[in-house]
Design a protein around this ligand. Structure first.
Ligand SMILES: [Zn+2]
Length: 351
């Protein structure tokens, strides 16, 4: 009798020891990266397509491009705000090409005007919905994000955006976002004010300080040196040109690429955060295998896989996620797995 008791105590103990070597958690950011960065553009300036897009492609970065409905024609065209000089804007052709390449297309208002907060909530929501529907009709994809014109937004504007069907809203505020922002419809961003503000050192510091947080960069135009547009801006001594030289943009992206950060559109990072907040991991052992269930209550449309950090006592494992089996060599004692909320991960020891 005593022997059986000792035996079962030993079994319980050894089970506990293996269990201690197994744990699973959701990473704050995809691929367990230390920070998240979104590159965002406003006004759909043609220079973004001409100069920024090739650089983004070179570094495999996808960005968020926002457009003003009334400025967007099928072909690229010139438009301006009253009292401003005309700037070439992208047409739906360029917009669709950017979207097909994995970039996000966001709304920047049907008109480039501040949304009037004094209007009733429903009226505001209706106004915001016009450009959302226009974008969806032209691109065939859901428009999740709004960049408020002039970054002009408050709680009411955010509520109207939510009512209009947006998930994410970007303002200014020259600040970072935490890994769990209090309102995804009032996201902070940091603007590129000119070719030298921030300068490259300041840009790098800005990235350094983004550790653990979500940095949203706000860009406008990329007028080249000696261009007609830069001459006009120089002539009028405009300090905040909201434009930088294509070479400077390339240097900034090079600095960013050296940072091992997660660079993705607003909707991808935003969705990841929502999924992380709504998913609980349930782990258990069954017939010598480890099971991880990604339990979620909501049935919203989730398509951004979460990265799961799994600590394991085994050297080589076979992992099954959504019917697909992959073999992993677990050298550091930890493996990273990608799975959608609602799915199940089965881990088996193998040789
Ligand atoms: Zn704008």
């Amino acid at each position: 009798m005593k022997r059986i008791l000792l035996m079962s105590v030993f079994l319980w103990w050894s089970n506990q020891m293996t269990a201690q070597k197994f744990s699973a958690g959701i990473c704050t950011w995809k691929d367990d990266k230390p920070s998240a960065v979104s590159i965002t553009f406003d006004d759909a300036s043609y220079t973004q397509y001409e100069y920024a897009y090739p650089v983004l492609s070179k570094y495999h970065f996808n960005a968020t491009f926002s457009l003003v409905g009334e400025w967007t024609k099928e072909q690229a065209s010139y438009s301006a705000e009253p009292g401003m000089f005309e700037i070439k804007k992208m047409g739906w052709q360029e917009i669709r090409e950017l979207q097909k390449a994995g970039n996000e297309i966001a709304s920047h208002g049907y008109r480039h005007r501040r949304y009037d907060r004094r209007l009733p909530l429903d009226t505001l929501a209706k106004q915001m919905k016009i450009n959302k529907t226009l974008i969806e009709n032209h691109t065939g994809a859901t428009c999740y994000t709004i960049h408020y014109p002039y970054s002009f937004a408050n709680d009411k504007t955010a509520l109207a955006a939510k009512k209009a069907g947006f998930w994410f809203g970007r303002t200014g505020n020259e600040n970072y976002n935490s890994d769990t922002p209090s309102n995804l419809l009032l996201l902070n961003s940091k603007a590129i004010l000119s070719d030298t503000v921030p300068n490259l050192t300041e840009f790098e510091n800005r990235l350094e300080q983004a550790r653990g947080k979500w940095l949203i960069l706000m860009y406008h135009h990329l007028f080249p040196k000696g261009s007609k547009e830069m001459h006009i801006l120089d002539y009028h001594k405009v300090r905040n040109t909201y434009s930088l030289y294509p070479e400077t943009f390339e240097k900034q992206m090079q600095i960013l690429s050296q940072k091992n950060y997660w660079v993705a559109p607003v909707k991808s990072i935003g969705k990841y955060i929502i999924e992380r907040q709504h998913t609980k991991l349930k782990t258990y052992r069954c017939f010598g295998r480890y099971i991880i269930k990604l339990k979620t209550k909501t049935d919203k449309f989730y398509d951004e896989p979460l990265t799961i950090r799994v600590k394991l006592p085994w050297q080589k494992v076979k992992v099954k996620i959504a019917g697909k089996e992959t073999v992993y060599t677990n050298k550091q004692g930890t493996i990273l797995l990608e799975a959608l909320p609602g799915s199940k991960i089965i881990i088996k020891k193998t040789k």
